[in-house]
Structures are given as structure tokens and as C-alpha cells.
Design a protein around this ligand. Structure first.
Ligand code: UDP
Ligand code: MG
Length: 332
């Protein structure tokens, strides 16, 4: 009688790729990811039903047509079309919410983040980690300015008390239970890399060198980068409000000192009537007040957006990967 060796079946992996106007990169990205997936299947590092899900974030070019074609050509490709452009963070969240798998990995469509690190992420998961964060060890392919702003920003976040992992963006593995935990975060103001550290569970990092974009240009212009940066601070920290209070206190103390000085000068009789001492503090205080109101308004705006409880994304269409016995994409 032959002994039946009961082997633990490898985890089913879903690779989630947010795409916004990525017609130039999709084909190459798909090939590279499929090659990797085939190798991982052969190594029994992932289950045969593992798949790639491209999330079309309301692209205006041929992205969805290409995704639809890829799903028809290959068994292990799924597609999720969002009803409109909701931004990278919400697109990643949509993929995480709608895709099923024991492991969910999110990676950008331009493959600037080395897909080779997926193998190590899976190994770490095998060692019992629920969250594995990709960390850019070498960013020399990024423009000097982008690197400078990004790295200064991570430091600023730290100073503001926001817990994030230095040089980790949105390339990460989540176990199904970590992804389920993320579902319980209802916030509309999304900053995933901050939310991930709030989940807890056993986590680790893997590092890789960041590459050039495969093709096309960045879909993250400076304006969007600034807006994400601001989101990260204001959604996770009330330090700016505290800074406003401290500025208020300092300016009040300074005004008191100036008042004392004015009284002294008046009493000693040695004064020149002038407008500078009146007008300068007026403008200065006016500026400080408007700034403070702006910061407070920013937080009120956030509360306003949160209270609306609008859906963070809407699904227009989804195409499941064919080979799967279980649906690749949740239908609810
Ligand atoms: N992206 C998205 N929605 C957007 C903007 C970008 O889904 O509104 C996707 C984009 O297709 C890519 C990823 O987010 O897969 C990162 O964008 P990009 O590579 O342009 O940013 P960068 O690497 O320059 O920061
Ligand atoms: Mg990129």
C-alpha cells in the first residue's frame, strides 16, 4: 500500500494591479507577472488557481479594452472596472475588497516595484506573517526631487506621530485575515500605508530596488503627490492643530511683550508716532489667524466628508478569472 503524504496546499495568491491610463504598460506587465506566477506555481509556492486582477480606475484610454482582452486570452487574469476615477488609494482598496485569495498583493501597473520580491513575500507569509511590506531600498531610479520630497515626507510623518514604514508605499502582501481587518476601516480619507500599521498582526518587510517606469509617464503629478502627503498628515495626526494652538499662544505672548514695550516707550516720552508698529502686527496677526482657520477648516472638511459615508468606489463591471472554481471576484 502506498502511503499518502498529506501536503499542506499552497496559498491562493491574488495580485492586484491598479491601472489608470496604463495602455502602454499593461501588456508587458501582464506578461511579466504571468511568468512569475507560473514559476511560483511550479515551485508550489502558490496555488494553481492564483491569479492577477487588474483594477481599471476609470481610465480614459484603452486600458479596459486591453484588460478585457487579457481576461479572454488567459485563464488567470481577472478584471475589475470602477465606475469612475477614484484615485490610486481607493483603487487599491477596491481590489483588496473585491478579490478573494489567501494572500493579496498590491503592486503598481508600471512594475517600478520589483515583482521579484513577491517570491520573498510569499516565503514570509509561509513563516506566519500576515502583513509583508515592500520597502524601496534603492530609489536611485526616481528623480532627485521626487526622492527628496518622498524621504523628507516620511521624516515629517514620523515627527507628526504618524506610524508608517520608511520608504514603503503601496506594494505589500496582506493575508486574507489582514485584508478582512482592513475592511473594517470605514474612512473616506484614505491613506493605506498609515492604516496598515493600525491593523497590527505579525508584520515584516522585504526590500527591493525601485526601477524606472516600464512605459508611459507617472500618473502621480506633483499636485496629487502633495494631496496624498497632506492626506497622510491630516488623516492620521492632530499635530497641525496643536501647532496652531502653539502659534496662537506664541503670538499672544509676543503681542503682550510689544504692548509692554509700547507703554514703556510712551511713558519715557521717547517715541516717534509711526504706522509701522500698528500696521505690521495687524498684517502679521491677520495672516496667522487666516492660516490657523485654514488648518482647522481642513479638519472640519474631513469630518464633513466622513459623515457623508459615501461609497469609496463603485464597481462598473468585473470579469472573473476563468479557471477558478471559487469566484475570483466577490459578487456582493
Ligand atoms: N493610479 C490609479 N489611479 C490614479 C492614479 C494612478 O490607479 O488616479 C495607478 C497607476 O496606474 C499606477 C499606480 O497607481 O499603477 C501608481 O501610479 P504611478 O506609477 O503613475 O505613480 P508614481 O510611481 O510615479 O508615484
Ligand atoms: Mg510608478
Amino acid at each position: 500500500m502506498t502511503a499518502v503524504v498529506q501536503m499542506k496546499s499552497p496559498p491562493r495568491l491574488a495580485i492586484i494591479v491598479p491601472c489608470y491610463n496604463e495602455e502602454e504598460t499593461l501588456q508587458a506587465t501582464c506578461e511579466k507577472l504571468r511568468t512569475l506566477l507560473a514559476a511560483l506555481r511550479a515551485e508550489r509556492a502558490v496555488a494553481a488557481q492564483s491569479y492577477i486582477c487588474f483594477v481599471d480606475d476609470g481610465s480614459r484610454d484603452k486600458t479596459w479594452e486591453i484588460i478585457a482582452r487579457l481576461t479572454a486570452e488567459h485563464d488567470d487574469i481577472a478584471g475589475l472596472k470602477l465606475a469612475r476615477n477614484v484615485g490610486h488609494q481607493a483603487a487599491v482598496l477596491a481590489g483588496l475588497h473585491e478579490c478573494d485569495g489567501d494572500a493579496l498583493i498590491t503592486i503598481d501597473a508600471d512594475l517600478q516595484d520589483d515583482e521579484g520580491a513577491i517570491r520573498e513575500m510569499m516565503q514570509r507569509m509561509g513563516q506566519g506573517y500576515d502583513v509583508v511590506l515592500g520597502v524601496r531600498a534603492d530609489r536611485s531610479s526616481d528623480a532627485w526631487s521626487k526622492r527628496f520630497f518622498a524621504e523628507s515626507y516620511y521624516r515629517l510623518l514620523k515627527a507628526m506621530g504618524v506610524k508608517t514604514v520608511f520608504n514603503h508605499a503601496d506594494y505589500r502582501l496582506l493575508s486574507q485575515r489582514a485584508a478582512d481587518a482592513l475592511r473594517q476601516f470605514p474612512e473616506a480619507n484614505l491613506f493605506l500605508r498609515g492604516m496598515i500599521t493600525l491593523i497590527g498582526f505579525k508584520w515584516t518587510t522585504v526590500s527591493y530596488a525601485r526601477r524606472e517606469r516600464l512605459a508611459g509617464e507617472s500618473k502621480y503629478p506633483f499636485r496629487r503627490m502633495l494631496s496624498l502627503a497632506w492626506e497622510g498628515i491630516t488623516s492620521f495626526s492632530v499635530v497641525p492643530l496643536r501647532i496652531v494652538s502653539v502659534i496662537g499662544l506664541l503670538v499672544s505672548l509676543a503681542s503682550l511683550a510689544v504692548t509692554a514695550w509700547a507703554i514703556y516707550v510712551r511713558l519715557t516720552g521717547d517715541y516717534v508716532p509711526g504706522w509701522a508698529s500698528t500696521v505690521v502686527p495687524m498684517y502679521f496677526l491677520g495672516g496667522v489667524q487666516i492660516l490657523c482657520l485654514g488648518v482647522i477648516g481642513e479638519y472640519i472638511g474631513k469630518i464633513y466628508m466622513e459623515t457623508k459615508q459615501r461609497p469609496r468606489y463603485l464597481v462598473d463591471e468585473h470579469i472573473a478569472a476563468h479557471k477558478l472554481t471559487a469566484p475570483a471576484v466577490r459578487t456582493s
